[in-house]
Design a protein around this ligand. Sequence first.
Ligand code: ATP
Ligand code: MG
Length: 193
Amino acid sequence: MKNIVIFGAPGSGKGTYSEAIVEKYNLGHISTGDVLRAEIKNGSELGKIAQGYIDNGQLIPDDLMIDILAATYDKLPKGQGVIFDGFPRTIAQAEALKTMLAARGDEMGMMIELIVDEQVLMDRLLKRATEQGRADDNKETIQKRFDVYRKQTAPLSQWFQEEGLRQTFSWSELKSKEGMIEAIFQAIDKANA
Ligand code: ATP
Ligand code: MG
């Protein structure tokens, strides 16, 4: 199975679709947000550093994030394929991921981009706040995360397109979780055929 990068704004459904993909294709799953939240829960040094950034809606510095990603990747079984959820989020992270994978004889096989209107995202994240109680799911921090996304992460979409990896799925066209999943599965099957 080809490695997959799943890409989109906060609340676009990266975690949800990753789970569906993992269930069907049995890929390894790296969610950098989940890795960081586990470190915070454990009270580790890394967790303490990460918390300051996350609570402010900012990104963890690239150097640190790249080390965490490589260490997490190397713990997964080789050759099974991995879905990267929440990484890369900057051009520097994307370049580093490409280099890190090439050094191991691997590569990014495809990028799945989720496009969702900001108003829909805000509604979803505020709903999630009442269900999951994530510290960064409050209106002010969400707005900051959107700003960070627009400035630091969204430009990466073009980078993936130039690499020939980008496949885009729009909520406004597909309109349902089932419709999104069906379209994504078709694209994955095609990429692996
Ligand atoms: P969702 O999971 O709903 O799509 P999200 O993208 O905002 O929302 P996570 O991916 O869980 O949430 O990330 C939460 C926070 O963790 C980010 O706001 C950021 O502070 C930090 N983080 C996660 N991944 C990275 C990364 N690749 N680089 C820098 N910081 C990161
Ligand atoms: Mg997530």
